[in-house]
Design a protein around this ligand. Structure first.
Ligand code: SIN
Ligand code: MN
Length: 290
């Protein structure tokens, strides 16, 4: 899937592109149906909400679940990102975020590149986020919110919030959010929240400031977040375990466009459980060479 010149321009201006209904209901179902069993596993890769058993985020399903391994190699997802970054890509992070009915907690305002730089020593922001909705997203179930154009600010100072939710995040303070929203149009477009059916996809810049509210509705809002990084921009530090920040910098080979609906062999290296190496971290004085 090649992007048009107008889409390139729009991405440069707004920092995101929205593709409503990009994957069909049949394709999306192959993914959604696999989620309850993955979430039921008592494994380190399932992070639960604070004070609740609901899964907030599941990491690295593409390493042990066939439908998600196929999604991680899907040309409709990989090709536009490669087009925008102009380079081959590897998978830096793979999450299935729950935001479950009544239970899903907030994601504070942040830039993803803040975490990738501070924790993983990713050299530049040449990496991209892709969100794929596995449920319909509406105004009630905690849609992702963006401040359009905020990626132009580059990397913003952030503080490491270890207490608000069950997941540590480098977050942006409220005064700066107020200014960024004002500059983006205030009440008239200063915040956007793309909504649409399951199967919709959003591409967004790793410096785009984003957040989401809690889900007080009876509707789940499960979504896959894939973070693709230009191969030359691979991370330089392994402070976080491999199931969170991947260490295989091999370019992603794409499968055919119909891969979600057909049998294509995919490797599932962690299908029998997480290897000990996936839990290991290195300290600052053991940085990998660039
Ligand atoms: C994220 O920013 O990584 C997740 C946000 C969300 O799931 O709403
Ligand atoms: Mn994020």
């Amino acid at each position: 899937m090649k992007l048009s010149t107008a889409q390139h321009r729009q991405f440069d201006r707004d920092g995101y592109l929205f593709f409503p209904g990009l994957f069909s209901a049949d394709e999306t179902r192959t993914l959604t149906e696999a989620v309850p069993e993955l979430y039921s596993r008592r494994e380190a890769y399932n992070v639960r909400e604070k004070g609740s058993d609901a899964v907030r985020t599941n990491f690295a399903a593409h390493m042990y679940s066939e439908p998600f391994a196929k999604l991680a190699r899907h040309p409709r997802m990989v090709e536009p990102v490669a087009d925008l970054l102009g380079e081959e890509l590897y998978m830096h992070q793979f999450k299935i975020n729950g935001k479950m009915a009544f239970e899903g907690d907030v994601w504070q305002w942040h830039q993803d590149y803040g975490t990738w730089r501070n924790d993983d020593q990713m050299p530049t922001e040449r990496a991209m986020n892709v969100a794929i909705f596995l449920d319909d997203v509406n105004e009630y179930n905690g849609p992702l919110m963006f401040i359009p154009g905020s990626h132009k600010r580059g990397v913003i100072d952030a503080k490491h919030d270890l207490t608000t939710t069950s997941y540590p995040l480098w977050t942006v303070d409220n005064e700066l959010i107020r200014q960024l929203v004002d500059r983006a149009g205030g009440k008239n477009g200063g915040i956007v929240a793309p909504k649409g059916p399951a199967g919709s996809m959003i591409l967004f810049h790793s410096c785009l400031v984003h957040a989401s509210g809690s889900n007080l509705s009876p509707f789940n809002r499960v979504a896959v977040y894939l973070s693709l990084c230009a191969v030359s921009n691979h991370i330089r530090r392994h402070k976080r375990p491999e199931y969170i920040a991947h260490r295989d910098f091999t370019p992603i080979p794409c499968l055919p466009d119909d891969c979600l609906l057909r049998d294509y062999p995919v490797e599932l290296p962690w299908k029998d459980g997480l290897p000990a190496s996936a839990l290991q971290t290195t300290s600052d004085d053991q940085r990998i060479a660039a």
